[in-house]
Design a protein. Sequence first.
Length: 439
Amino acid sequence: MNEYDSNRILDLVKPMGYTTTDIASDADCYVLNTCHIREKATDKVYHDIGRLKKEFRNKKKPMVLVTGCVAQAENEEMLKRENYIDGVVGPQSYHKIPSIIEKIEISKSKLNSTDFEVIEKFDNLNSIKNSNSKISSFLTIQEGCDKFCHFCVVPYTRGPEYSRPLGDIIAEAKQLIANGVKEITLLGQNVNAYQTKNQSTTHRLSDLIFKLNDLEELKRIRYTTSHPVDVTKDLIEAHRDCDKLMPVLHLPVQSGSSKVLKAMNRKHSIEEYFKIITDLKEVKPDIKFSSDFIVGYPSETEDDFQKTLELIEKISFINSYSFIYSPRPGTPASELVCIDKDITKKRLIKLQNLLENINMQSKKNFLNQTTEVLFENKMKDQKKYFGRDRFLNSVVVESKKDLTGQLLNVRIDNFNHNSLFGKIFIKEKKIMQLNKCQR
Ligand code: SF4
C-alpha cells in the first residue's frame, strides 16, 4: 500500500513542478513514507533522518516530511524530538501534501496533519489522474480495519474500515489500463471486507472483480490482503467464474492452533480456516495459498507450534512470510508476557526450513513444464526479462526481443529459491494438408 500511496503522492505534487530523484542529496523536498508493521520502525525513521542530515551538512536543508503509519502513531512527538522534520502527515491525510508544502514554505513553521480523513482523501485523489504505468500495478480499494487483532497496530494507524465507491475504482482501473497496465492488484488492509452501499445495492469485492474481469485490455487480477472471516460464498464464486482472477490467494492464518488464534482475537478457528481452503480448492483445483505466520505469540506452547507446522504441511503454503512475535506499543498483546527468545528463535528456524522445503519442491515441480508469464520489465543486465507466472512466481528469461507487457508461455529449465528460469515456448503449429479430391 505504501508503494501505491507513494505514487499518488507523486501524482499530487507533479503539478507543483516536483519530480523524483534517485540522488537523495539533490532533493528539495524529502518525503519519508513509513510503515509501522515491522519492529523498530520509529527508530529507522530517526536513523534515516540522521543520514539525511549528514548528506545535507554543507547544503541548504530540504523540506522533510514524514508520512505514513509511523507519522500517524508518533505525530506531535516526532516534531518535538527531531527538529529536522518539517511535517508529519498520516496515511489518511496525504492528499493535503501540496497545501502542507506551501504552508511550510510560507510560514516556516512545523505542521502536523494526522486526522482520519479517508473520504476526503479519496474524493481528492479521484480528481487527479493515476499516472502509474507499470505493467503490474496496485490499486487501493479499501483502507483501515475493524478486526483489532491483539498484536496489530493497523486499526490505530489507518483507522476504521472504509471502502471506495465501485465507480471510482473502475474509473481508476481504466486510467491504469490506458497507461499500459495489464495486471491490477486490488489493495486493502482488509481487502475482502470491501463493501459499499449504493441506494439499495450492496457491492462487495466479488462484484468489483466481475466488473474488472470484463475489461478487455486487463489480463490479470489479484487482491491482497484478505482476512479469513471475509471469504464469502460470492468471493469463492468469483474464483470459480472469473478467468482473469489468478489462482493464488494470500490468506494470513498466523498460527495453526485455534487456542492461539483465540488469544490473538483472529475471530476464526483452524477448522473454519481449513473449510475455506477446501471450498476454494473445490471450485478451483489448481489454486495455491500463501500466508503470514507469527511465531512465539505469548502463551504459544510446543504443542501449538506443532499444530502450525502440521497446517503448513497440510496446505503446502508457497511464498509465505514468517516473523517472531514482537510487541507493538499500544496493542493489547504488548501487555502480555513474552516467551523465551531462544525458544522462539528455534521455532522460527524450524518453521522457515519447512516453508523453504515446500517452496523448493513447488519450484522443482515446474521443471520441464510450461507456465504463463506476464513480463514486467527488462533486468539490469539488459539481457534478461523479469515476469511473474499465474502463481506469482518470479520468472526470468533471456531474450533479444522486448518482452515487456507480453503474456507468454515459458518452458522452465532451472530454478533457485527465488525464481524460475526458462525459455519462451511457442507451440508448433500443426499444419494439415488438405488434398482436394479431383473428380
Ligand atoms: S485483520 Fe489484519 S490489519 Fe486488521 S487488525 Fe488483524 S492483522 Fe491487523
